[in-house]
Design a protein around this ligand. Structure first.
Ligand code: ADE
Ligand code: ZN
Length: 352
């Protein structure tokens, strides 16, 4: 379907299509979907004392100045996750919200080291993630592929140990990711663990070019062999890299509200996503850590489109289709979802 054939659709219809269309979410940390209300509920259940008196006080603390100021609170929040039931409740709450937002495919990250460091092992969280994903498929029609993400502020040896500990669970894990503090932790530090992941048949993705320089995007592609770049917005500082990303159609999983909340950009109106799209990059829109950044995937799409006059129906259709194409789902599933997307847009009057 030609995106340009949608050019005349009115803004209200575009907003409705953005919210209701089938879409994939490819960049969401399951620990980042831990809403303050659930933090308090799990703290009560597990008799954990929190530093905040109530949900409002905790929410008020979500005033971040950079990635690290967020990560400090995000890792602290994980402390209430203790039992298999806690991890199930966390994942299920996200899957219900996602399915109601039109998400047909989710590829959430989980950070094992945030849990194993507290004595909570794979045998606690993996059964919960597996059961939640199965129930999401059965009851919500939501397809799920889990991505194990290693923490880049820790040594590579610990990432290697984490991948080894995951081996009994690899039937339920589709890929390896790299997240946490980017500055000073270049992708090449993790070359061995990504080589092992390739040997194990896992997909590979990495956060790069969020706070880190464009060289980290190149390092993730060339040093780690990644198939997608998480964030990647700082690639726009490097014209040769932009040309390469466009030529190779490397998907970028961009998270607009995250970029504003972590001061990567000043405002949604100044976000460079329209420029990345216009340069022919395969851009997708995602929520990153929605419980901390003020919105889920549809909030990201709708607020960005409201803030950016350059974005209209053709860009909306392309972003939705990109999300499905860039997923690691089976080709037959992707073709089905794209056919559903096209039918919805054709019925809305978009086909010329
Ligand atoms: N972990 C959770 N969210 C992250 C982000 N936006 N960047 C790096 N690591 C993260
Ligand atoms: Zn992220």
């Amino acid at each position: 379907m030609q995106a340009s054939s949608f050019a005349s659709l009115p803004n209200e219809l575009v907003a409705q299509l953005l919210a209701t269309s089938p879409k994939a979410e490819l960049h969401v940390h399951i620990e980042g979907t831990l809403e303050p209300e659930l933090i308090f509920a799990l703290a009560r259940r597990n008799r954990v004392t929190l530093r905040y008196d109530d949900v409002d006080a905790l929410r008020r603390a979500y005033a971040f100045t950079d990635l690290q100021s967020f990560l400090d609170l995000y890792y602290a929040g994980c402390d209430v996750l203790r039992t298999e039931q806690d991890f199930f409740d966390l994942a299920w709450a996200y899957f219900e919200r996602a399915a109601h937002s039109g998400v047909v495919r989710a590829e959430p990250f989980f950070d094992p080291q945030s849990h194993t460091a507290r004595g909570v092992g794979f045998e606690v969280f993996m059964p919960a993630f597996i059961q939640a994903a199965k129930r999401a498929q059965d009851e919500l029609g939501l397809s799920v592929g889990w991505i194990l993400s290693v923490l880049r502020h820790l040594p590579e040896d610990e990432a290697l140990q984490t991948l080894r500990a995951a081996e009994p669970w690899l039937d339920h894990i589709i890929g390896l990711g790299l997240d946490s503090s980017e500055r000073g932790n270049p992708p090449e530090k993790f070359a061995r663990v990504f080589a092992q992941a390739a040997q194990l048949g896992l997909h590979r993705v990495a956060h790069a070019g969020e706070e880190g320089p464009p060289e980290y995007v190149r390092g993730a592609l060339d040093g780690l062999g990644v198939e997608r770049i998480d964030h990647g917005v700082r690639a726009s500082e490097d014209p040769a890299l932009m040309q390469r990303l466009a030529r190779e159609q490397v998907p970028l999983t961009v998270c607009p509200l995250s970029n504003v909340r972590l001061c990567v950009v000043d405002s949604l109106a100044q976000h460079n996503l329209p420029q990345l799209l216009a340069a022919g990059l395969k851009v997708t829109v995602n929520s990153d850590d929605p419980a901390y950044f003020g919105g889920y995937v549809n909030d990201n799409l709708l607020q960005l489109f409201a803030a950016q006059p350059m974005l209209g129906a053709p860009q909306a259709y392309i972003l939705l289709r990109n999300s499905l194409e860039a997923s690691f789902a089976a080709d037959a599933d992707k073709a089905l979802w794209i056919a559903q997307l096209d039918a919805l847009w054709r019925d809305a009057g978009g086909a010329a």
